[in-house]
Design a protein around this ligand. Structure first.
Ligand SMILES: *[C@@H]1O[C@H](CO)[C@@H](O)[C@H](O)[C@H]1NC(C)=O
Length: 384
């Protein structure tokens, strides 16, 4: 009897308090946090996914210390954004990951040999990144800062190495990981993400359709072997590197398992299919599509669109692939098909020398801002 009464009273007190707060209108004053962000990978395309998140944190008044290789072009506009660069200040970084891959280097097979070679090159790149991070002197800077103005959180990239997680261990910080591509299979266990290689393909594999029996087998083997390689090869190298630079013994894999709060992944079920997920995984694919990006259409492209009375198609193989390295006969076949259509064509073509075609119908551009272009062509509200 007593308990029932008490429950009723306490419940009504709570409801009154809650309503009172609601009607008072103002939420309790939001408190800014001190965020340590560590993004040592050199790729501009990776940092493009990071920047909108950092911008929003800065806009909301959090204090940010950002150790990064890539320079944030607008960092100076925020007084609460401190940029600690690993690269040289004057380095041109905007094109480091654009137009890199000629079609001749395309690897059509996803054989296990290819997958493990890719793993190994990512691993080597990761170790170089770690060396640069610890040689930069910024790690010492943030340790010192932490003594007087403690950090609350480590934001970092989950991609090809974990040496930076020693900071989370020493400062005892929760970690929010960001995967700037689809999440690598060796990170699933960190957040208990169910792994079902019988029909869910990992980032590494990428077969075109539903898996055949052989493809399933490849998907299964790579899922298991990559995890072991990452744990006992990459993470071991990370631990050794931390021990060399900081003189402490840390197991970065254990730090990741115990301190990762959640992981943002640059992927989306509309592209990758749905999959079983843990609550610690948040798909943020499209986070880099900002309203500013929707407005950055170069004048020559805008003019070509304005003057067009027939529909336009945009032909591009993405930022990295150089379609200008295509074989002559394949190019001729594509051109022949396009010439027959009542269309005008905007074509991403990287080389100085362009195919000799009707300039009225074909516009070749070295690069095109895809979102701005689609917004102009399709008026895709509410994205634009
Ligand atoms: C953010 O930095 C400013 C300037 O150093 C400081 O006054 C403020 O207390 C910091 N905010 C937090 C949450 O520590």
């Amino acid at each position: 009897m007593m308990t029932t009464w008490w429950c009723r009273i306490s419940r009504s007190v709570l409801i009154t308090l809650w309503l009172g707060l609601l009607m008072a209108g103002a939420p309790p004053a939001a408190l800014g946090g001190n965020v340590l962000a560590v993004y040592p990978h050199f790729g501009f395309s990776h940092f493009k996914v990071v920047m909108p998140i950092l911008n929003e944190l800065a806009r909301r008044g959090h204090n940010l210390t950002v150790i990064s290789y890539v320079k944030h072009p607008q960092a100076e506009q925020w007084p609460n954004y401190e940029q600690l660069l690993i690269s040289q200040p004057g380095e041109d970084q905007s094109s480091t990951t654009i137009n890199l891959v000629p079609l001749t280097e395309h690897t059509p097979t996803r054989s296990l040999g290819t997958l493990f070679r890719e793993y190994y090159s990512l691993h080597s790149e990761g170790q170089k990144t770690c060396e640069r991070l610890y040689a930069s002197g910024h790690v010492e800077t943030v340790f010192k800062r932490h003594q007087t103005q403690p950090y609350d959180l480590l934001l970092t990239e989950y991609f090809n190495s974990d040496c930076q997680l020693a900071l989370a261990k020493l400062m005892n910080l929760p970690i929010i990981g960001l995967s700037t591509c689809a999440l690598m299979p060796y990170y699933y266990d960190r957040i208990d993400l169910p792994d079902t290689p019988s029909f869910i393909q990992s980032e590494f594999v990428g077969f075109a359709g539903a898996l055949s029996w052989d493809e399933r087998l490849v998907n299964f083997i790579q899922a298991k072997v990559l995890k072991l390689l990452y744990r006992y090869h990459s993470n071991r190298a990370d631990n050794a590197l931390v021990s060399r630079h900081l003189g402490i013994e840390v197991d970065v894999d254990e730090v990741a398992r115990t301190q990762t709060a959640f992981i943002f992944g640059n992927q989306h079920y509309s592209l990758m299919g749905s999959r079983p997920q843990s609550l610690q995984f948040v798909e943020v694919g499209g986070v880099h599509l900002t309203s500013q990006a929707a407005q950055e259409l170069p004048a020559n492209i805008a003019q070509f669109i304005d003057q067009s009375e027939v529909p336009i198609i945009f032909f591009s193989w993405g930022s990295m692939v150089r379609i200008s390295s295509i074989d002559e006969d394949k190019l001729a076949a594509i051109v022949e098909a396009l010439e027959r259509q009542p269309l005008r064509v905007i074509w991403k073509w990287e080389a100085e020398e362009k195919p000799k075609l009707d300039a009225d119908k074909f516009l070749f551009v070295k690069w095109a801002p895809q979102l701005a272009l689609l917004c102009e062509l399709l008026q895709m509200r509410p994205f634009c």
